[in-house]
Design a protein around this ligand. Structure first.
Ligand code: ATP
Ligand code: MG
Length: 328
């Protein structure tokens, strides 16, 4: 079987430069490697409180962003997670094969629940990796492009696949997380010890930000003591983050980026980074606006859901049969 490539993004907020560099930018080319399934993880967005209107708007925005990145929608299946009920059904089955202990060790759960009272933590937030594993196995995905923070969840999916297949035979496809060499973890511009996250917007660059605002945010990014533009995550986390942004958008290595900036002052270096980011996002924003205005995403999502349902229901039936559920 050809490779299947699957990834999802949550419509929890405005997309950031981290989402773009870590995943979005690279999705269009994946069609050369296999069959691509990309989705809007709207069920996952419910794991933390979100206003219904905001969720609706974010979901539309996210569809436009996927398309603006340059997807060939005649080849890629783009869909809303909630349009494919097999995700919820697979989740109901798979929740019995992942355990409380391993779920409570997930970094994302620990991070996101850290500041919450226990009485306010929804079961969905805790059980997030079960739904994510269900998303992946439904499409027999072998490749899962993600940022570094999601690697742990894909590893847990691999454990689940092993566990399930050992018990029932060769039913599920083994997935592999795939991360960028440069840019798998873009940090906040105001606190480079923290990941840039759309639900925690301090120090984020949003893909929809006004270009002048983007430039300003980069020019005022936290830098480090010293004056050399060098990649040193420990001692120069701010400069290292900007070098990563620059290198990944130019598609060069960190070493090549460092060489370009030998002898540069921080201010001139930041200006060069801002130029690259603004240049990249200008065209992207234009495409995004065109897609939003024309509502071209509607037809794409409807057709995507049809295709996704077909594929997902097949896997669901295979799994139901394996565990002993009757389908009459
Ligand atoms: P949230 O705060 O709601 O979790 P997020 O910005 O982390 O939002 P997700 O929807 O959780 O975004 O993740 C979408 C994809 O983007 C995932 O593959 C994730 O690993 C990747 N990603 C998220 N943040 C970054 C980042 N700072 N750098 C690189 N990749 C990232
Ligand atoms: Mg996240």
């Amino acid at each position: 079987m050809a490779e299947r490539i699957l990834t999802g993004i949550k419509p929890t907020g405005q997309l950031t430069l981290g989402n773009y560099i870590g995943v979005l930018k690279h999705l269009p080319k994946e069609v050369d490697r296999g069959e691509c399934f990309y989705f809007i993880a709207d069920l996952h967005a419910l794991t933390l409180p979100i206003d219904p209107e905001v969720l609706r708007q974010n979901s539309i925005d996210l569809a436009c962003f996927y398309m603006a990145a340059g997807l060939d929608t005649s080849k890629v299946t783009l869909f809303l997670q909630s349009s494919v009920s097999a995700h919820a059904e697979m989740n109901a089955i798979m929740q019995n094969y992942l355990y409380m202990g391993e779920l409570s060790r997930m970094t994302q759960f620990k991070d996101k629940s850290a500041k919450m009272k226990e009485s306010a933590i929804g079961l969905g937030l805790f059980a997030y990796p079960v739904l994510m594993a269900s998303d992946i196995i439904l499409y027999d995905a072998s490749i899962v492009p993600v940022g570094e923070d999601q690697k742990q969840h894909v590893e847990l999916t691999r454990d689940l696949v092993n566990r399930f297949n050992n018990r029932y035979g060769d039913i599920l496809t083994m997935p592999k997380p795939e991360m960028r060499k440069v840019g798998a973890r873009i940090m906040s511009l105001s606190d480079p010890s923290k990941k840039m996250s759309k639900s925690d917007p301090k120090g984020d660059i949003f893909l929809k930000d006004d270009l002048a605002v983007i430039r300003k945010k980069i020019m005022s990014a936290v830098t480090d003591s010293g004056s050399e533009v060098k990649y040193d995550v420990e001692n120069k986390p701010g400069i290292s983050n900007l070098l990563t942004i620059y290198a990944s958008l130019k598609d060069i290595s960190i070493e090549e980026a460092e060489e370009e900036f030998v002898g540069y002052r921080y201010g001139d270096f930041k200006k060069a980074v801002a130029d690259v980011v603004v240049n990249e996002l200008e065209a992207f924003q234009k495409k995004y606006r065109e897609i939003l205005e024309s509502k071209a995403y509607e037809k794409v999502l409807v057709e995507g859901a049809k295709k996704a349902n077909e594929v997902a229901n097949k896997t669901l039936n295979r799994v139901k049969k394996a565990v002993g559920l009757l389908s009459l």
